[in-house]
Design a binder for this molecule. Structure first.
Ligand code: TXA
Ligand code: MG
Length: 346
């Protein structure tokens, strides 16, 4: 058990001393949970094999799932990646700092453990001042997966990180709730084409606007077939799941409310939209309006955790639209549900 320290750093102004102490912890090989605009990250020195191994241990993460390296300037990008395609540079110019992760050819500086042996490395320049200041002050790049125990919903508040990682990390920086609420968009490049391996805060539409086109990897919305290799290793695991069983329900109009109200099951709950609430008679957790995809993203993980706190056994979840950041919400819910989907006629 580590004596985890909690640093309240609402902004970089006034938080300098605590941030320096957290950065020193990284520089010395320790583990620091820090905020980003997407979700909280479980960070360590990304150039240290030992520190990165400690991330895998603290999180309980399978060794074959590679990590993202977080940078705070273009010099660090040049240190970590080689032969960067024009398309990647265009996306970086448009969306960095921001919720976008680029999968690029790795340089020899990147430890094998970070990439799980792949010849590519995932790199992200986060749009959160506390994150960037932490990276800058640590004097290295920070490897960080989401700061949850492997398999459980990602953390969007420091309280979520405390629940999962207290006693397993040196420092938890509390900077309040994360703005975006779902992880970064992971993009790889093949022969000039961008491929979305994981949808996230930067949308498919935004990427297509810059590059003319963007392919969404089939694994984003479909289970891998037997023996099929995941382009992004994280895609093969059941993910983001609360303890309650999640079942996704595709239904228009009032059909969702009628369906859940009609179920006769113990420990039943619903994750739904504001528009459903007036008609639902079972315990319900709303993600906001059915047309507000940003709000749905920002509330998703807290809702998945709230369902467990409520003690629900099964949570029927109203399937979101897949436009904009809705695709990321849909992708996370599909995985939380291990692809169990019920389709109702309207
Ligand atoms: O928003 C985010 O991206 C957050 C914050 C903390 O930055 N981080 C995050 O990390 O979500 P993690 O480890 O939970 O998810 C990283 C994803 C995984 O699905 C992993 O398989 C994929 O990125 N990934 C990492 N390196 C890769 C590579 N070289 N090729 C393909 N996929 C990769
Ligand atoms: Mg994660």
């Amino acid at each position: 058990m580590i004596d985890t320290k909690i640093y309240k750093v609402p902004s970089i102004y006034g938080g300098e001393e605590l941030l320096q102490s957290a950065a020193d912890t990284i520089a010395k090989g320790g583990l620091v949970v820090f905020p980003t605009e997407t979700v909280y990250g479980l960070g360590a020195d990304g150039l240290s094999e030992k520190a990165v191994a400690d991330i895998f241990a603290a999180k309980g993460r399978p060794a074959d799932n590679p990590l993202i390296l977080h940078i705070c300037d273009s010099e660090q990008l040049a240190l970590l990646a080689e032969d960067i395609p024009q398309e990647a540079i265009k996306l970086a110019l448009n969306f960095w700092p921001g919720p976008l992760t680029l999968v690029l050819k790795r340089s020899s500086r990147v430890p094998d453990i970070v990439t799980a042996g792949l010849d590519t490395v995932a790199i992200r320049f986060p749009d959160h001042l506390v994150a960037r200041e932490l990276i800058r002050r640590s004097g290295t790049v920070i490897a960080a997966p989401s700061a949850n125990r492997s398999g459980s919903p990602s953390p969007t508040t420091a309280e979520h990180c405390i629940a999962d990682l207290m006693g397993r990390v040196d420092v938890i920086i509390d900077s309040g709730a994360c703005k975006v609420g779902v992880e970064s968009t992971v993009v790889s490049f093949e022969a000039g084409t961008a491929r979305i391996l994981r949808p996230g805060g930067i949308t498919r539409e935004q990427i297509a606007e810059v590059l003319g086109a963007a392919v969404v990897d089939p694994a984003v919305t479909n289970p891998l077939k037997n023996g099929e290799k995941a382009a992004s290793p994280g895609m093969k695991y059941k993910h983001y799941a609360p303890k309650a069983k999640v079942i996704l329900v595709k239904a228009g109009g009032k059909a969702f409310a009628e369906f859940v109200n009609g179920r006769d099951e113990e420990g039943l709950a619903a994750i739904c939209f504001d528009e459903d609430l007036p008609d639902i008679t079972v315990p319900a957790f709303s993600l906001g309006s059915c047309t507000d995809y940003e709000e749905q993203a920002s509330r998703l993980y807290a809702a998945l955790r709230a369902v467990d706190e409520h003690g629900a056994k099964t949570v029927y979840t109203h399937c979101p639209d897949t436009d904009g950041v809705g695709l990321a919400v849909y992708n996370r819910l599909l995985r939380a549900a291990a692809f169990e989907v019920i389709t109702l006629a309207e």
